[in-house]
Design a protein around this ligand. Structure first.
Ligand code: SF4
Length: 376
């Protein structure tokens, strides 16, 4: 184990030029040195404020033609929510002061882009202020194939219908070797990158995720982060990076791992991934998000000292991680999130999906109140 972080590595990190070798070396220094350095860069990029968004997840179906081996969510006969049922959930989200709805679902064999546009248009017609953060690159790719239109055109139409941003999910590990093992039917690395870059160019920012802790090597994790950094250098369309530890329960990939005596990643390894991603993405992606659903509340709280500055959303209805064994709840209240953040010695702040602060939230609430008044 290297006893300390070399000066030239620190310099490169400050300039946003960390290398793959730097990242591998960082994984080998004493953890608290790594966390201290990541925390220093977190302070430079985001200060002491820790943000969160009040949002609601809506999964319109668990039916899916996909074959991802890590998936515990897919069913063959799950319900497909109608637009009316989706709108009911959006209404509840609005009542609970959510500023964002995050809609994703399984891949249905016979629904094309119209289906996705219909959801977005229904929401925007009743809730024009609700930020629609929806549809993974895989869903967009799938819909464009079913509708036989290019991805670029599909994104243009979704944007025109009112789609604001997209979750950068379906990224898993951006390595075709890994994807062949864990999700052979999913879009390949280059295709994921292509959809995300085209989304940015169409005016649809995205997040970027990484699901780690299964068959990938440490190098493949680092390569994934470097791909995200390269996209950001080109488009500046990534709002945050979200490392997600793999949940091994109720899915074939995890069951095989557990038979071999391998379980989910140790908490220390999770924290090192958050810290290394902060360092590697410094100067490019300012927001590193920890998932309280996957990490649990206490480890998520501790991650705020390892480079993390955002705790994601309140969710209201989390079901994907829960089906894979997460047992930290389907939602969290604003009070509890803020309590966690204060407890870590940081300052909580509600944000919009695009990391806007009080001003944007206040003007949105003002418009909402004005809107209600018009009905009375
Ligand atoms: S991860 Fe998504 S695409 Fe893959 S099987 Fe599950 S629901 Fe389908």
């Amino acid at each position: 184990m290297n006893s300390k972080i070399p000066e030239d590595l620190i310099e490169r990190a400050h300039k946003g030029k960390s290398t793959k070798e730097d990242a591998l070396l960082l994984l080998d220094v004493p953890p608290f040195e790594l966390f201290r350095f990541a925390d220093e860069l977190r302070d430079l990029a985001a200060g002491d404020t820790v943000t969160y968004v009040v949002n609601r997840n809506i999964n319109f179906t668990s039916r899916c033609v996909g074959t991802c081996r890590f998936c515990a969510f897919r069913t063959n006969d799950g319900k497909i929510l109608s637009n009316e049922e989706i709108m009911e959930k959006v209404k509840e989200a609005d009542k609970a002061n959510a500023t964002e709805v995050c809609i994703q679902g399984g891949l249905l064999p016979d629904v094309g882009l119209d289906f996705y546009q219909g959801i977005v248009e229904a929401i925007k017609s009743e809730f024009p202020e609700m930020h629609i953060h929806s549809f993974s690159p895989m869903e967009v790719y799938h819909a464009s194939r079913i509708s036989e239109i290019p991805v670029k055109e599909a994104l243009r139409r979704l944007k025109r219908s009112g789609l604001d941003t997209m979750p950068g999910t379906a990224a898993e590990i951006l390595s075709d070797r890994v994807r062949k093992i864990i999700c052979p039917a999913k879009l390949k690395t280059a295709e994921w990158v292509d959809v995300v870059k085209k989304a940015h160019k169409a005016g649809i920012p995205t997040t970027a995720t990484m699901m780690y802790g299964h068959v990938e090597t440490l190098e493949e994790r680092i390569d994934h982060m470097l791909i995200i950094r390269d996209i950001q250098k080109e488009t500046e369309g990534i709002t945050e990076f979200v490392p997600l530890p793999f949940m091994p329960y109720n899915n074939p990939l995890g069951e095989k791992m557990m038979r071999e005596g391998r379980y989910s990643t140790p908490g220390l390894e999770d924290l090192k991934i958050y810290a290394v991603s902060r360092i590697l993405l410094h100067g490019h992606v300012d927001n590193i998000q920890a998932s309280w659903v996957k990490l649990g509340k206490k480890l998520a709280q501790f991650s705020l000292h390892c480079g993390v500055n955002d705790l994601g959303g309140t969710l209201m209805e989390e079901s994907i991680s829960r089906s894979a064994g997460a047992c930290h709840g389907e939602m969290i209240t604003v009070d509890e999130l803020e309590w966690m953040i204060h407890g870590a010695g940081r300052i909580p702040k509600e944000r919009t999906t695009m990391y806007g602060g009080a001003h944007e939230l206040a003007s949105r609430n003002h418009r909402r109140i004005a809107g209600c008044g018009a009905f009375e």
